[in-house]
Design a protein around this ligand. Sequence first.
Ligand SMILES: [Fe+2]
Length: 387
Amino acid sequence: MDRIITVEGVKKTIFGSGSIKRLGEECKALGAKRAIIIADKALAGTTIVTDSLEALKSASIEVIPYFEVLPEPAPSLADAAAAIASKEAADCVVGIGGGSTMDVAKAAAVLTKNPGSATDYIGLGLVKNPGLPSVMVPTTAGTGSEVTFTAVFTMRESKSKGGINSPYLYPSLAILDPELTLSLPPYPTAYTGMDALTHAIESYTSLQAHFLSETQSLSAIELISGNLRGAVYDGSNMIYREGMLKGSYQAGLGLAMAGVGAVHALAYPLGALFNIPHGIANATLLPFVMAYNYPGNTEKFAMIAQALGEGIDGLSMREAASKAASAVAQLSKDIGIPASLKELQIPVEAIPEMAQGAMKVARPLANNPRPVTVDSAAEIYRLAFKG
Ligand SMILES: [Fe+2]
């Protein structure tokens, strides 16, 4: 190994069915007396939130609700949550939901201790002070936000997306309770699961990958490919849900250590220009970017094909590697992911603007196993348009 590796991450993880019941005592252990609970409106009335509130109240923790999160959140939502947290003297932030909610919660936690707005901190390493203790409770097996140092926002005025990236965003605690994912309907199960698979594949093939990240990423690919169809078609089956939450968690760890690649870079303009949810954008683009990327690292893509359940005995490395993209395309098809940008109603004329937009997502592109130019980005979009 020719480089020095540093690993940071979420401080504590609790995994298991029924672990949400520990929310109150764990917040108390973090010193909490008044916790702001961040969720979206749809989740607010569900037993997931009412059980969480109950767990906090039974630990004598006062609850400040903020149930205003919207998909692909604007930075103003984090500003608003932080303002309420400060006004109400909250001493802990709890985010319950998918990636959008956890990103708002992570940002709000640091904004209570750093002046200005979330937009001031979009970039890498701009947050100066640690925030309030934060607890993340994912209700989808997808984003991995509960273990990463990133909070992504959509700036609709400038039609762009960007992330706050700072070690201060690592949560104090992640509680992963697979029971909370049981009620997720099939389609969001499918596309959030494909987002997790994208994290696993992109972190595994990232130029920043290393011996610790690779084991997490490859295990995640196996877990997700082995459980995603089941989670979509038999969503009340705990075995599939647990497998998916383990997979998305490991994919999140891989991503936290090694970053993501061109799928995420090319997906950002779909969200910023056309409001396509992050998971759907990634899921639709993933097989096309893999087909472009595999010559960049045939050995790793052959390993991915094997982890996806493809038989590779007797094949050359190149042949084995080429099976990875088709295996993902088949998985996408089986679970109802749109097969093309055309199906997502993206206009073909937008491709040049999208390619320009993707090139601005510099960090993921720098990790990609094969260099991506504006022309190759446009070509990937064209192929993805046709399907
Ligand atoms: Fe993602």
